[in-house]
Design a protein around this ligand. Structure first.
Ligand SMILES: *Cc1c(COP(=O)(O)O)cnc(C)c1O
Length: 399
C-alpha cells in the first residue's frame, strides 16, 4: 500500500522530531482534509491555528498564483509592493506604527527580544536587559524563544540557555510585581497560553500587567502568534482587554499557511532598529505577503468571519459543557475564547486523539491532558455537531 511505504520512508529519511500519526494527507478544502487513501477528515487542528480560512481558500490560492507568476523573491535591499501593502494593513488595524517581517513565530519572538533589549539599552538604561516570561508559556524552539519558553521539558538537553530571562507563574500579578526590578527590560506574555493548555488568565490580569509595565518603565511584548488573526473573535486578542502592547508578534494564521511572521511595534520602540540592526533573507517575501494580504482582506472585509468566530466559539463551548456534564469522571474543565478551545481531561488524551482520527476527526492534544480545538474561523454549526458526535462516541467507549 502506498501509505504504508511512504510512512516507512518517512521513518527512514526524516529526523525523528515529531510523533506523527500514521496518516498521509494529500489535499484539503475548507474544513475537510483527505488522506492519500481517500479517507476524509474533519480538520479541527487546522495546522494548529494556521489554516484560519480553511484549506486552500480561493482568495489566497489566487493571490499566491498571481504573485508566483510575477515575482517570487527579491532581496530586502529593494522595495516591493506586497510587503508595503501588508505593513500598512497591519498598522491601520492594530496598535502598531511599524512592522518587521520574518518567517515564523520563533523568528518573530527572537526579533522582539532583540528589539526590546536594544530599545532598553539605548533609551532606558544599559542595565535593563532581562525579559520576564511565564511558566507554561510557549514562544518557539530557537535559543532566544526557547529560553523565553518557561517549560523544562522543552529545555532538557539543550543547555546552556540564553542568559537574562526570569520566569513567573502565569496569571499571578503579585509574582510579577516582585520579579520586576532595575534590570527588567520587558515582560513577554501570551494573552492566552495556547501550547500550555488553552489557559485563559483572569479578566483583569493583562490590564494589571500593562499597568505594572507602565509604572516601572518596562516594555510589554505580547506573543499573539496563536491568538492573533481573529482566533479569539477579535483581530488581536489584546483588544478584548482594553490594553495595547509595545511590541506584538504574529505568525501562524497570518499567511493562511504560507510561512510568514511579523513583529509589530510602536513608533518609539521601533526607533531602536536602524539599518543593519536586524534582517531576514526571506522575511516579507512577496509570495508570503500576497497570501497574508489576501488573508487580512478576507478577515477585514467580511464582518461575518469575526462574528462567526464568536458565535461558533460559544456554541462549541456550550456543546463541550454538555459533554462534561455527561462524563464528569473524564472531563475536568472546558474553556475557550472564540475558536481557541480547550477541554482538560482527568487523563492523558493521546488515545482519544487516535480514536478520533480513526473516525475521521483531527484534534490536537497539548500539555498532556488538554484536547485543543483550533478549527478554521469559517467553521459551521454542522461541523461542530459532527465533532461533538465523534468525541461523544469515543469518550463513551472509554468507560
Ligand atoms: C506556535 C507558537 C510559536 C512558535 O511558532 P513557530 O512558527 O513554530 O516558530 C510561538 N509562540 C506561540 C504563542 C505559538 O503558539
Amino acid at each position: 500500500m502506498e501509505q504504508k511505504r511512504l510512512i516507512e520512508e518517512a521513518e527512514k529519511y526524516l529526523m525523528n522530531t515529531y510523533r506523527r500519526y500514521p496518516v498521509v494527507l494529500r489535499k484539503g478544502s475548507g474544513v475537510k482534509v483527505f488522506g492519500i487513501d481517500g479517507k476524509e477528515y474533519l480538520d479541527f487542528v487546522g495546522g494548529i491555528a494556521v489554516n484560519i480560512l480553511g484549506h486552500c481558500p480561493r482568495k489566497v490560492v489566487i493571490a499566491v498564483q498571481k504573485q508566483v507568476q510575477r515575482l517570487i523573491h527579491v532581496s530586502n535591499l529593494y522595495h516591493i509592493e506586497p510587503q508595503i501593502k501588508l505593513a500598512k494593513l497591519l498598522v491601520e488595524n492594530s496598535f502598531a506604527d511599524r512592522v518587521f517581517f520574518c518567517n515564523s513565530g520563533a523568528e518573530a519572538n527572537e526579533g522582539a527580544i532583540k528589539l526590546a533589549r536594544k530599545f532598553a539599552k539605548e533609551f532606558l538604561s544599559p542595565d535593563r536587559y532581562e525579559i520576564i516570561t511565564c511558566h507554561g508559556s510557549f514562544h518557539g524552539r530557537t535559543y532566544g524563544a526557547l529560553t523565553a519558553t518557561a517549560q523544562e521539558k522543552f529545555h532538557n538537553g539543550f543547555g546552556p540557555l540564553l542568559p537574562g530571562f526570569k520566569y513567573v507563574p502565569f496569571n499571578d500579578i503579585e509574582s510579577l510585581r516582585k520579579a520586576i526590578d532595575k534590570n527588567t527590560c520587558a515582560v513577554m506574555i501570551e494573552p492566552i497560553q495556547g501550547e500550555g493548555g488553552v489557559r485563559i488568565p483572569d479578566e483583569e490580569y493583562l490590564k494589571e500587567v500593562r499597568r505594572l509595565c507602565d509604572d516601572n518603565g518596562v516594555l510589554l511584548i505580547l506573543d499573539e502568534v496563536q491568538t492573533g488573526m481573529g482566533r479569539t473573535g477579535r483581530l488581536f486578542c489584546y483588544e478584548h482587554y482594553g490594553i495595547r502592547p509595545d511590541i506584538m508578534t504574529l505568525a501562524k494564521g497570518l499567511g493562511s499557511g504560507i510561512p510568514i511572521g511579523a513583529i509589530l511595534a510602536t513608533e518609539s520602540v521601533s526607533k531602536a532598529f536602524t539599518p543593519g540592526s536586524h534582517a531576514s533573507t526571506f522575511g516579507g517575501n512577496p509570495v508570503a505577503c500576497a497570501a497574508a494580504i489576501a488573508t487580512m482582506e478576507t478577515l477585514l472585509e467580511d464582518d461575518f468571519i469575526l462574528d462567526n468566530v464568536r458565535r461558533m466559539g460559544s456554541y462549541f463551548l456550550e456543546r463541550l459543557h454538555g459533554l462534561k456534564k455527561d462524563f464528569p469522571d473524564i472531563i475536568l474543565s472546558v474553556r475557550g475564547k472564540g475558536l481557541l478551545v480547550g477541554m482538560e481531561l482527568l487523563r492523558d488524551c493521546t488515545d482519544i486523539v487516535q480514536e478520533c482520527i480513526k473516525r475521521g476527526l483531527l484534534i490536537n492534544c497539548t500539555a498532556g491532558n488538554v484536547l485543543r480545538f483550533t478549527p478554521p474561523l469559517t467553521v459551521e454549526k454542522k461541523h461542530i455537531d459532527m465533532c461533538i458526535d465523534i468525541l461523544e462516541e469515543v469518550i463513551a467507549e472509554l468507560k
